[in-house]
Design a binder for this molecule. Structure first.
Ligand code: ADP
Ligand code: MG
Length: 619
């Protein structure tokens, strides 16, 4: 038998899409408070998260004649007609939240506007207003929500353990608070404050007050574009997480999760942080509401941009600039900064150096002292030299690498973008440091000024030097290609053939020589130099990873280059001569990104006399 569901049941089902758990109730109520211009919002949990939640604000309040309507489905004061969606500035707009909450819980509403003499109290059960009376309350709105999911047992069964639901609420309030600097938040559970934020005068103070000390390892950067502006905090190379837990994007104040953007930003961090780690960021994007479409997900936390790729690229570029200016040697003392202390930004760095004097001075110093590492044959001890019998190929590579190293030097002056011309004060202390000795044939000790000393992992450091060398070779791509002894025919699946059709020109620019052989196969005459002998997998992988804009075979597999750099690098447990160490240090400092090995592990650790003093109980 087929039953037609009654209105009440239908609304309970629909409510489930918006109100999945107590955290969703908190989110909807807080968003309403923010839309009502509240500057103070208090969330209180009494008992467990499904027993009772209240949200109190000091916003505009609801006019008494509007109260009944507020609980109706599709009742909203924020949009009059569909066109308004394009001009949306508020967080809510569907007019569904209150109706949904009222259909799965008991709701008590206390509210007063500034123009009305008294406030009002409204009790809603099973979606119906069952009591209403006048009451004296301050201006603003308070919702008490009880019996959550009491009459929808299936929903209730889907809830996670109390601690998980509570964590969701804390997380939700924290995220919304982070995105709403003009409002103070308080989250209380059974009289205990779980989270609190205050209104801050500056965005930096605000972020600091919520995320705490980790902000000291983040860099603030802002930029205006034609139709949008970005204010953002990006982690440096010493701050990362094992999951994407500290990645926040706010678009016009709304928290948005966009994995595409996250991935794009993560690419900018490749080889600067360990391979399996994620950078942290807080991005505030202000954009003309006409250019975004938020109406695609019931929870409104996804968006479409009308100019997505460009916009995301510009944010990624900011991340790259930010990272380039803040990368540093990992330190045993992360500088602690208080909220009122401004963070150093790239603009501050420019300010310190108005004439660009330091820039040119440091650059000329680099010129004077540099000897490309590959030129030094005193680096490897004789034992290693015997092992590495030069092949014709390696000889060829060595000459090109020397040329590359020389052209690199010139590039420091000419080619690099404005941002990387910032005086590199971060490298200076190590540059001036004196070699003390080596531990275990692996860690080289350098003593610098002011009680600072460095430990360098010789393998990691040398890996970085090689990595940048190889990367340049392949990126500059004088198309290093290798002719096959005899052409090979490779069968492709239908999907692969489609990808091949699109990419054949690109494949040929990055070092393949390939063309269609039959409807389901291609003929290969040459492959890029970095391809392994058994190149078939590599080719298939290329079809997956290359895009039409690719210019280098390097993009197929950055890991190939990392592996190559690792193999070429001196190993741990190898005693280096004094001159070799000097050479290694110089070459490392000439790297664009000397702070980490290609896998993102530190090359050098910065320590402090204080660390030793602590060990000897002198502090
Ligand atoms: P929406 O937020 O999509 O408009 P809701 O169901 O969340 O829909 O809320 C319905 C209406 O109730 C809102 O449009 C608003 O006019 C009013 N409202 C809800 N909460 C508040 C509040 N805290 N302060 C003032 N008005 C509120
Ligand atoms: Mg709402």
């Amino acid at each position: 038998m087929i039953n037609i569901l009654d209105e009440k049941t239908i609304s309970k089902i629909a409510a489930g899409e918006i109100i999945e758990n107590p955290a969703a109730i908190v989110k909807e109520l807080i968003e309403n408070s923010i839309d009502a211009q509240a500057t103070s919002i208090t969330v209180e949990i009494k008992g467990t998260a499904t027993e009772g939640i209240s949200v109190r604000d000091n916003g505009t309040g609801i006019e008494s004649e509007d109260i009944d309507k507020a609980f109706l489905r599709h009742a909203t004061s924020k949009m009059a007609q569909f066109d308004d969606l394009n001009y949306l500035k508020s967080l809510g707009f569907r007019g569904e939240a209150l109706a949904s909450i009222a259909s799965i819980a008991t709701v008590e509403l206390l509210t007063k506007t500034k123009d009305s003499v008294t406030g009002s109290r409204t009790l809603v059960q099973h979606g119906d207003i069952v009591a209403q009376n006048k009451i004296g309350v301050p201006v603003g709105t308070t919702f008490y929500i009880t019996d959550i999911f009491e009459h929808t047992p299936v929903r209730k069964k889907f809830l996670k353990a109390e601690s998980v639901e509570l964590h969701r609420i804390v997380d939700m309030v924290k995220k919304i608070a982070l995105g709403t600097p003009h409002c103070a938040f308080k989250l209380i559970k059974n009289s205990r404050i779980l989270f609190q934020s205050s209104t801050s005068t500056s965005l930096k103070d605000h972020v600091y007050s919520i995320l705490g000390n980790m902000v000291a390892q983040m860099n603030y950067i802002e930029k205006d574009f034609d139709h949008y502006s970005v204010k953002a905090f990006f982690s440096d190379n010493t701050l990362y997480r094992s999951q994407r837990t500290e990645q926040y994007l706010f678009i016009n104040g709304r928290y948005i999760w966009n994995v595409e953007l996250a991935r794009l930003i993560e690419k900018a961090y490749r080889s600067s942080i360990p391979l399996d780690r994620y950078p942290c960021f807080v991005i505030y994007l202000t954009i003309d509401p006409k250019l975004i479409d938020i109406n695609i997900h019931p929870q409104k936390n996804e968006v479409k941009f009308s100019n997505g790729p460009m916009l995301m690229q510009s944010i990624r570029d900011l991340a790259e600039v930010s990272l380039a200016t803040t990368k540093t040697f990992i330190s045993s003392h992360i500088p602690s900064q208080t909220a009122s202390e401004p963070l150093v930004t790239i603009f501050d760095l420019y300010r310190d150096d108005p004439e660009g004097e330091t820039t040119s001075q440091i650059q000329s110093e680099v010129h004077d002292t540099i000897t490309p590492y590959s030129d030094r044959d005193d680096l490897l001890d004789s034992h290693d030299k015997l092992r590495s019998v030069p092949t014709a190929q390696s000889l060829k590579e060595d000459t090109t690498s020397m040329q590359t190293a020389r052209t690199d030097l010139k590039r420091i002056d000419t080619d690099r973008s404005d941002m990387s011309k910032i005086p590199d004060l971060r490298k200076k202390p190590l540059q001036d440091a004196r070699i003390v000795g080596a531990l275990f044939g692996t860690y080289i000790i350098f003593e610098a000024r002011d009680g600072v000393f460095f430990l360098m992992d010789q393998h990691a450091a040398h890996e970085r030097v090689h990595y940048e060398k190889f990367l340049k070779q392949y990126n500059d791509c004088q198309v290093d290609s290798q002719l096959l002894l005899k052409p090979e025919i490779i069968g492709l699946s239908a999907e692969e053939m489609v990808a091949f059709d699109k990419l054949s020109a690109t494949l040929n620019t990055v070092g393949f020589d390939v063309e269609v052989f039959s409807a389901d196969s291609i003929i290969v005459r040459a492959v890029p130099l970095i391809a392994p002998v058994n190149f078939e997998d590599f080719l298939r992988h290329s079809l997956l990873t290359l895009t039409e804009a690719s210019t280098s075979a390097y993009e197929i597999s950055p890991y190939t280059i990392m592996k190559k750099a690792c193999k070429a690098a001196i190993k741990a447990n190898t005693t280096l001569s004094f001159a070799a160490i000097q050479g290694l240090k110089t070459s490392l400092l000439a790297c664009e990104d000397p702070y980490t090995c290609p896998h993102g592990r530190p090359t050098v650790v910065r320590l402090d006399q204080r660390d030793l003093e602590k060990l000897f109980l002198r502090g």
